[in-house]
Design a protein around this ligand. Structure first.
Ligand code: NAG
Ligand code: NAG
Ligand code: NAG
Ligand code: NAG
Length: 229
């Protein structure tokens, strides 16, 4: 019974101790928080703002602004170097512009306040993504190709116009070859002879005898028949 009482007492004491510990730590925490808040409002006045605040493609601008209540403060930009695990000074001034993929990294700005106390902004990580340029190259190639096709079409049309105007000019300057020059009309009708049947026989000289046959032996001259056989 006594042992049980002692045990309960011990447990209660223990609980009280723990609660006291909890209480004190909570109080201390609150005090620390209050102190930090006070420090934040009085001393930490650097606010890093990134525009835009998301990963961008290479060539797009990321503007980092270091906002301070005292504009005369000299602001130093720092980038965290992963290799040597330290902050390196990269730039000065209120604004830092980043465009290159290799400029990606963790940035912060810092300054000294009027009591020469160092004030540091929050960290900000910048992502500038290098996008593969295959699509861009294809687009460029397509553009070049279409321009070449356009040039070819224009050249063809110009050539056609040039050819046509040239043809017209030559047609105006020189006589047309395909049109025959007006020639002397040769009458196809032979002069009429006093032939009874109206027929005309070449190289037949006799007019009294009717033409029946020509005997080569009675030729009076070359291809000239005088009598009939
Ligand atoms: C506070 O006390 C509770 C028990 O009452 C315990 O579980 C908890 O871990 C304690 N917290 C701290 C921070 O000591
Ligand atoms: C806060 O913690 C310190 C020890 O770090 C202690 O001396 C002090 O009494 C605590 N304050 C409160 C209010 O518990
Ligand atoms: C960075 O610049 C600040 C302010 O100009 C200077 O106090 C600090 O020593 C520099 N740090 C390095 C690593 O150069
Ligand atoms: C900023 O980054 C550094 C380096 O990684 C780190 O040690 C520090 O705790 C960070 N500060 C904040 C406020 O996140």
């Amino acid at each position: 019974m006594t042992l049980g009482f002692v045990l309960i007492f011990f447990l209660c004491t223990n609980t009280v101790t723990v609660q006291a510990g909890n209480l004190s730590s909570t109080t201390n925490y609150s005090t620390t928080m209050a102190t930090t808040a006070e420090l934040t409002t009085t001393m930490v006045a650097l606010n890093l703002v990134a525009t835009p605040d998301y990963p961008v493609a290479a060539g797009q601008r990321v503007k980092l602004s270091c906002n301070t209540i005292n504009p005369s403060q000299t602001i130093t930009w720092q980038r965290y170097c992963l290799q040597i695990e330290t902050w390196e000074n990269v730039s000065m001034g209120n604004v830092l512009i980043l465009t290159q993929p290799q400029e990606s990294g963790k940035y912060r700005c810092e300054t000294h306040n009027t009591w020469n106390v160092l004030i540091v902004s929050q960290n900000h990580t910048v992502f500038i993504v290098s996008i593969p340029t295959t699509g861009e190259n294809v687009a460029k190639a397509a553009l070049v190709l279409s321009v070449l096709i356009l040039i070819a079409i224009i050249a063809g049309v110009l050539w056609l116009f040039w050819k046509r105007s040239n043809d017209d000019l030559s047609a105006l300057n020189t006589p047309k070859k395909d049109v025959p020059a007006p020639s002397v009309v040769i009458p196809k009708v032979l002069p009429p002879k006093d032939d009874p049947d109206g027929d005309v026989y070449m190289n037949y000289t006799s007019t009294t005898q009717a033409y029946s046959d020509l005997n080569p032996a009675n030729m009076t001259g070359d291809d000239c028949y005088s009598t009939l056989s």
